[in-house]
Write a protein that binds this ligand. Structure first.
Ligand code: FES
Ligand SMILES: [Fe+2]
Length: 342
């Protein structure tokens, strides 16, 4: 999907980086092809604006923060979080031209990340019952760039047929290529898919699954939140809950920032965060290698009706149908998209 060609995608919230990155000063990020600068105001809340000074076009991310404002490193012009230029050191304040301003974007902090919406959001940032509940701990897992399309990562997240191949080195059961049946329920935010997955349980993952058996299973409740976030609730027979959030934040048509965090209902003593992350780095590296080899915006030929034989292809098709319906609702044309549902 050519995400930068679909203005409607600007009307969603995206996690862009860990909030703590802003303690190091202003940071650049590219969201849907838009170069933005993020900074932290005096009260600790984040702000976002176009990364381009309106004086002589320097990148504001090369500057610094003063109080609530971002300062351009070229001649010291200052902008507040609304994008208004509030100080030109070479002028007296009454001489600031009224047109001296940059575009500012909606920005807030949630789950330890900075979230940005480029245009009026269609929905608030999702909530989850684990957040703030003392029975769960939250663990940051990844924040890195991948060379793939956002929809490609989302479809992969619901594709149970890749486990026995891509993940044969970790939890996948090579030689058992047919995934278990799963049920899909459509919701107002997208859909949820429920199934049982049988997995290998090598010694490395014993503390993660809470089992020392050579194989175990996961109860999967996997939610797709339009357009590019998934919430995967895993429950092991041991009673351990392992809930993963994965954001495929679209940098541009061919790159994403993958941001992932996790909730667990056990303690650091039961299973250290470093161990959880080491295991998931192995699992996710398997996905990364294959996803960086796919074509980010290739159309899907639904005339093959693969989903009749491979039910694991259905979630990806339903995603495309939802996104296509969204484009139509807001008068955008599907021809601009590489992803076509025929
Ligand atoms: S380019 Fe930013 S102050 Fe001159
Ligand atoms: Fe995977």
């Amino acid at each position: 999907m050519l995400v930068t060609k679909q203005p409607i995608l600007r009307r969603f919230w995206y996690a862009v980086m860990k909030s703590s990155r802003l303690d190091e000063g202003p940071q650049p990020f590219t969201l849907l092809g838009e170069n933005i600068v993020l900074w932290k105001r005096a009260d600790g809340t984040p702000a976002a604006a176009r990364d381009r000074c309106c004086h002589r076009t320097a990148k504001l991310s090369k500057g610094w923060v003063e109080g609530d404002n971002i300062v351009c490193g070229y001649h010291g012009w200052q902008y507040d979080c609304t994008g208004a230029c509030v100080k030109i050191p070479q002028f007296t304040s009454e001489k600031i031209p009224p047109g001296a301003r940059i575009d500012a974007f909606r920005c807030q902090e949630k789950f330890g990340y900075v979230w940005v919406a480029l245009d009026e959001p269609l929905a608030p940032i999702l909530d989850t019952p684990e957040e703030g509940n003392p029975q769960y701990r939250r663990i940051h897992q990844f924040d890195e760039e991948w060379k793939t399309g956002a929809l490609r990562l989302m479809e992969n997240s619901f594709d149970t047929a890749h486990f026995s191949f891509v993940h044969k080195g970790t939890f996948g059961q090579f030689g058992k290529p047919k995934p278990e049946f799963f049920e899909i329920r459509e919701t107002d935010y997208g859909f949820e898919a429920e199934t049982i997955i049988h997995i290998n349980n090598p010694p490395f993952s014993h503390r993660i699954t809470g089992s020392t058996e050579p194989t175990t299973k996961r109860h999967f409740l996997n939610q797709w939140h339009m357009p590019f976030t998934r919430r995967l609730g895993i429950v092991y027979p041991s009673g351990i809950e392992h809930t993963i959030f994965t954001c495929a934040t679209p940098i541009d048509d061919h790159r994403i920032q993958i941001i992932q965090w996790l909730y667990r209902n056990d303690t650091e003593e039961d299973c250290p965060a470093a161990l959880l992350n080491e295991w998931d780095v192995k699992v996710v590296a398997e996905d990364k290698e294959i996803l960086e080899s796919v074509v980010a915006d290739a159309p899907v030929d639904v005339t093959l009706r693969l989903e009749e034989h491979m039910p694991s292809d259905r979630p990806g098709l339903i995603m495309r149908k939802h996104l296509l319906a969204l484009l139509r609702k807001y008068g955008e044309t599907e021809q601009l998209s590489g992803e076509i549902v025929r």
